[in-house]
Design a binder for this molecule. Sequence first.
Ligand SMILES: Nc1ncnc2c1ncn2[C@@H]1O[C@H](COP(=O)(O)OP(=O)(O)O)[C@@H](O)[C@H]1O
Ligand SMILES: [Mg+2]
Length: 247
Amino acid sequence: MITVAHVSKQFASFAALRDVSLYIEKGAIHGIVGASGAGKSTLLRMMNLLERPTSGDVHVNGVCLSAASPKALREARKSIGMIFQHFHLVSNKTVYDNIAVALQLARIPKKEHAARVQEVLQYVGLEAYKEQYPATLSGGQKQRVAIARALVTKPSILLCDEPTSALDPNTTLDILRVLQQIHADFGVTLVIVSHELSVIQQICTSATVLQAGEIYDTLTLVPTGVRSGEQTAESFVRALTGGDAHA
Ligand SMILES: Nc1ncnc2c1ncn2[C@@H]1O[C@H](COP(=O)(O)OP(=O)(O)O)[C@@H](O)[C@H]1O
Ligand SMILES: [Mg+2]
């Protein structure tokens, strides 16, 4: 489904990735973990050719991205959605238009736009917000809009670059549940870059550990499930003091 074969990435004289190979099965929830600067985002961005390998190949759904024609690449990208730490919404477009842009880019006929935007907005629970601008939304709502934008082209793969790293603990759980639901409802393969181990532990079925541009380890995991424990003021005090709040 996703095969990365002997990929290296050189930025001038700096080697960001060195001979990285990995295979991600259809339907997996695959984590990419490692310290800041390890090459996680660079590796993820190879999976839709936002970043082109200096050497090596990336195959997605049987298509070699670096050898694909512009038309074949556009077709391949329809099946690959992406979300980011800082959401990357267009600030002077409404929620509706932010999502419709993805349909435009994928050259989906305009007459289908309204129904498809409506459908994904309903899915993420933000129908009532379609005429609002991103600045009026919370972080969690912004990420839901970004998820809706990624889903509107009905991808089989969703690439997630630090999807919860800008969010508070409760909103993190909320977004992890949305991602898990997408996996359950549509069988979407998820690739999740995170420096937060708990994110990987909660939902990933496999993981690649990167260190300084190289694969340190590849793991098969049993996800613990998204923990339901709500973060309350009391739990914050307990975490900060190491004891019971107001015991
Ligand atoms: N476009 C670029 N030009 C030069 N160096 C880059 C570029 N993108 C990333 N790098 C460098 O490559 C390394 C890996 O970056 P990145 O993949 O963003 O790491 P991570 O996501 O694990 O924090 C970092 O040292 C970063 O500074
Ligand atoms: Mg990164």
